[in-house]
Design a protein around this ligand. Structure first.
Ligand code: RB5
Length: 146
């Protein structure tokens, strides 16, 4: 499996934590930074991550900012991206099963009630259910076309 990750200055530590976990799971990570605490703008990081993901060859992608909110809003403006701002294992599992999200968003300043690694695992280990959920995703794609 391969994934691409980008974050702003609000989530440097959490990004490193998730990368370590993914590496331990044998998942290849392309990391686009930032690994520094100097301020960067989350829409730029969202764009970088989305464009790299859309080149192909990746199974999923992850974006992170302080709350996960701004970067997920920005990422979802990019055609083809379905970015889920996950809160817990349940929402992460459903993000795959029902929404077939191709990007997850986390917040480096959020106190999750579970380990973020566990939340990420719930997404990775789930499978898209297709059927009526595919029909709904097709409707999301139609919205992108205006
Ligand atoms: C940056 O300070 C902060 O606004 C950003 O990381 C994020 O939380 C925005 O949604």
């Amino acid at each position: 499996m391969r994934c691409v990750i980008a974050n702003d200055h609000g989530a440097v530590e959490l990004a490193q934590k998730l990368i370590k976990h993914l590496n331990e799971r044998g998942i290849e990570v392309k990391y686009l930074g930032t690994d520094k605490n100097e301020s960067v703008d989350y829409p730029d990081q969202a764009e970088k991550c989305a464009k790299e993901f859309l080149k192909g060859g990746y199974d999923f992608s992850i974006v992170l900012c302080g709350t996960g909110i701004g970067i997920s809003i920005a990422a979802n403006k990019i055609k083809g991206i379905r970015c889920a701002l996950v809160q817990d294992s349940y929402s992460a599992e459903m993000a795959k099963k029902h929404n077939n999200a191709n990007m997850l968003s986390f917040g480096g300043r959020i106190e999750y009630k579970e380990d973020p690694e566990k939340i990420l695992d719930a997404y990775i280990d789930a499978e898209f259910e297709g059927g009526r959920h595919q029909r709904r995703i097709d409707k999301i794609s139609a919205l992108e076309k205006g």
